[in-house]
Design a protein around this ligand. Structure first.
Ligand SMILES: [Zn+2]
Length: 435
């Protein structure tokens, strides 16, 4: 039984087909891959030229046609796009033929930027992203029989029973046990340790910082495990992390890179020389500041062409010893984020606040555009919002939710016109002035 095929059938995706393709394209030489990319890019440019008002206008104003694009390099004919540009021209980025694009879904994203964008993708984008991830599982030698411990994502409040049941059924089908990394209570940590001791886990997916704290605890308790592979995401994976994970879990460690708007951008292979860019689905450029500019070759529902996301990285053209010819992301400097430290010693990750604002529906109903949480002192938080005003009742819901996690810390709100970027140009959703 092929689970991917069944899940494709149920969801209207086409992961299996992309996966079979990407199993062979991973060995393409540079020239062949460029041809493959250019073919996809050209089709995308024809699409935006015909259907996307922003690009229709831009190309008309600059007197450019799809025929002017003769190589990947021609992408430079297009402007660099930022989140702010999309927000300010939101309607002009909606394709006029959106009804005809298969499997369009709209969701919110902020990623580490804390700057809200409602973005869309389509069935092809999701299929391609999952296929790249499935290939990554091959690199990690993970199969459906390997029991997974997942320590990432999840909702903070307002779980609907239906949603919870659906997720636990999915978990059983996928041989996966999940815990929330936002819950750093003694009970949650003990449950995780119990699963590690008793469930024969062979694969861990986690936010790196959470796993790092957990690993310290395990090491102090003299515990160690034999895990096949660990993959981390969303936060930087440092040498210090790798060393401790290796020590506690005796596992091979794999990093991956993607962000809210564009997933599956790069994955570490079994030779551990860097992260292979998924060139089948993304073109990655860097500016003079080593900041990434990414083009999503699959997404017709919301074109991300030359999208600047401010994460800093070093790209290496030197080939990996594994034989795959794609460029490597050697090091990702971005993705840094602070934590809020509670009165009870627990810490809260930026994504906790992100989920809180969305799960409470505040983001949607109050036109939230940006947020930042600042820890001013040990017992005082300032929540800055660029949004419509929020009633005292709603503020109290947020306050009591946060206090239930980290103790009776004093919380103030400030409604602002805009929230400035840090000196590096990067938006920081959580700033801890104590650190
Ligand atoms: Zn490699």
């Amino acid at each position: 039984m092929n689970i991917t095929k069944i899940s494709d059938f149920l969801s209207g995706k086409n992961v299996e087909e992309y996966y079979q393709l990407y199993k062979s394209t991973q060995w393409y030489d540079k020239k062949r891959m460029e041809e493959y990319q250019f073919n996809k890019l050209r089709n995308l440019i024809i699409h935006v030229h015909e259907n996307v008002p922003f690009y229709k206008k831009y190309m008309a104003d600059k007197d450019i046609t799809p025929d002017d694009f003769t190589s990947i390099k021609s992408l430079e004919l297009f402007p660099i796009i930022t989140k702010e540009i999309i927000q300010d021209n939101y309607k002009a980025f909606i394709p006029e033929n959106i009804e005809k694009i298969k499997g369009v879904k709209t969701g919110q994203t902020g990623g580490t930027t804390g700057n809200i964008l409602y973005n869309r993708n389509d069935a092809a984008t999701r299929s391609s992203t999952w296929a790249a991830f499935k290939r990554f599982e091959d690199w990690m030698k993970i199969t459906r029989n390997d029991k997974t411990l997942s320590l990432m994502g999840g909702h903070v409040i307002g779980h609907q029973i239906k949603h919870r049941i659906k997720n636990s059924v999915k978990g059983i089908l996928k041989n996966k046990i999940s815990f929330s990394p936002y819950d750093t209570s003694e009970e949650n940590i003990n449950n995780i340790i119990e699963v590690l001791k008793s469930k024969n886990i062979s694969f861990i997916r986690s936010y790196s910082q959470f796993l790092f704290s957990l690993s310290h605890r395990l090491k102090n308790e003299g515990l160690s495990f034999n895990i096949k592979a660990i993959s981390t995401t969303a936060e930087p994976l440092t040498e210090e992390h790798r060393k401790l994970f290796k020590e506690v879990f005796n596992a091979e460690i794999f990093d991956q890179y993607g962000f809210g708007e564009i997933g599956g951008v790069a994955f570490e292979c079994e030779h551990h020389k860097g992260l292979h860019i998924t060139e089948e689905r993304a073109i990655v450029e860097v500016n003079d500041n080593n900041e990434l500019i990414v083009t999503d070759l699959d997404n017709y529902a919301m074109p991300f062409l030359r999208y600047w996301n401010a994460d800093q990285a070093i790209i290496d053209e030197e080939l990996c010893s594994c034989g795959r010819k794609s460029a490597l992301i050697k090091k990702i400097m971005g993705r840094t984020c602070d934590y809020i430290i509670g009165l009870n010693g627990e810490f809260l990750h930026w994504a906790y606040f992100w989920h809180l604002l969305f799960d409470s529906e505040i983001a949607k109903t109050k036109n939230l555009r940006k947020f930042q949480v600042r820890q001013k002192s040990r017992d005082e938080l300032l929540i800055r919002l660029v949004s419509d005003p929020i009633s005292p009742e709603l503020q109290n819901i947020l306050i009591s939710n946060i206090q239930s996690r980290i103790g009776a810390i004093q919380i103030r709100f400030s409604f602002e016109k805009d929230i400035e970027n840090s000196a590096s140009g990067k938006y920081r959703p959580v700033v801890n002035e104590l650190l």
